[in-house]
Design a protein around this ligand. Structure first.
Ligand SMILES: *Cc1c(COP(=O)(O)O)cnc(C)c1O
Length: 380
């Protein structure tokens, strides 16, 4: 058996990344000034169909900066899906506002927009729809609610660069939209993020706040308390090399998803997240829902994959289960997906034989008898 480890994710840095980074080092432009920053910002914003890009140090600081630029703070409420990476809600706390949790839909994993209006109060300032695992939210429905109640929309696009809703890319809908370029995202800068917006005023305000709140025309004059949320030229150099290859990176992921789809189609007990009609997904992490017909539980399947050298990961915990966001209210669809969801290795560098190895491992688990599960696991 070939048991080289197959990682859950791996960045593909095989384009101009090394050349551009070397240029930063040899030119000594390694900090937060330099040509790669503005180039990366403008190409990424225009790829998303947005006018302005403001690079930052992470996806989390992108979300916090967006909230600060929209003047959202103490006493304000922000609607957040209950099933997301914690940073979507942490950023709301960083701004001293209150996240209000809304359940998701088990079909696509995204915020259930039908439940949003019931949570809107006079304090509600914004909705943060998260396009989970690369599936776009129903932006038509969400924008209609936001317009009706005159609240902002901040898209969390950290997992979904390149996905679209009714022909427009995610990132083009929100008042401000936020991306992450952590190493396992669609494109990476190591650590990094970006806010995109169509508003020149908001873009200027974000540039001001991310640079210590320093007056752009009067050096070392700080009319407000700002942040240091800047991206470095080295990070932007990696990012530029990545966004230049976005089409081929995404098509490699699509090919991988098709391969997994075909290989898993005839296995009972597995469901898949699918976008609503009008949505076109990108494959951030190829994800399965292990339903009760499957002979092994989700955690059992993760264990068996691990024994075969295949890394996988469970879905996020519902926010309402964790200490900072503890809430007694029930969120049945978050619980359902959180208990049954897992992601398989997803990278544009994955070889066909590696995908076959993952598929074989899932097939072996699927053909077990329920009662054999524990003995067979310990024998391996
Ligand atoms: C990764 C991620 C973030 C945070 O991005 P960082 O760059 O790690 O700070 C925010 N929201 C979601 C949905 C994410 O997946």
């Amino acid at each position: 058996m070939n048991d080289t480890k197959i990682p859950i994710a791996q960045p593909d840095l095989t384009g101009s990344e090394l050349e551009y980074v070397t240029d930063c080092l040899t030119s000594t432009w390694i900090s937060s000034s330099g040509k790669y920053i503005s180039e990366f910002e403008s190409i990424t914003a225009s790829y998303c169909g947005s006018n302005h890009g403001v690079s930052v140090s992470s996806g989390t600081t992108a979300l916090h900066l967006a909230l600060e630029a929209l003047n959202i703070g103490a006493g304000d409420e922000v609607i957040v899906p209950n099933l997301t990476f914690a940073a979507s809600a942490n950023a709301v706390k960083h701004a001293h506002a209150t996240p209000v949790l809304v359940d998701i839909c088990r079909e696509d994993g995204n915020i259930n927009w039908r439940l949003i209006e019931a949570e809107i109060t006079p304090r509600t300032k914004a909705i943060i729809p998260v396009h989970l695992f690369g599936n776009p939210c129903d932006m038509g429905a969400i924008l209609a609610i936001a317009r009706k109640h005159k609240i902002f929309v901040i898209e969390d696009c950290a997992e979904s660069l390149g996905a679209s809703w009714e022909g427009s890319k995610v990132g083009s809908f929100g008042d401000i939209s936020c991306f992450s370029f952590f190493a396992n995202k669609i494109i990476t800068t190591g650590e990094g993020g970006m806010c995109v917006t169509n508003s020149r005023d908001l873009a200027e305000r974000m540039r001001f706040l991310k640079n210590h709140g320093m007056d752009q025309n009067r050096r070392y004059w700080h009319p407000e308390v700002g942040f240091n949320y800047r991206m470095t030229n080295i990070q932007a150099a990696i990012g530029l090399a990545q966004i230049e290859r976005i089409d081929s990176l995404l098509s490699a992921r699509e090919k991988l998803a098709n391969h997994y789809d075909a290989g898993l189609a005839d296995i009972d007990g597995l469901d898949f997240l699918r976008p609503n009609q009008g949505g076109e997904s990108v494959c951030w992490l190829y994800s399965l829902i292990v339903n009760d017909q499957f002979p092994v539980s989700r955690d059992g399947l993760i264990k068996e994959l691990t024994l075969k050298g295949i890394e996988s990961r469970p879905f996020f915990f519902p926010l309402n289960m964790m200490p900072p966001y503890k809430e007694q209210k029930s969120f049945p669809d978050s619980d359902y997906l959180s208990n049954r969801g897992l992601s398989l290795p997803t990278s544009s560098l994955l070889q066909e034989q590696e995908i076959e190895r993952v598929l074989d491992a899932v097939r072996v688990s699927s053909s077990q008898q329920q009662q054999d599960h524990f003995t067979s696991t310990s024998e391996l």
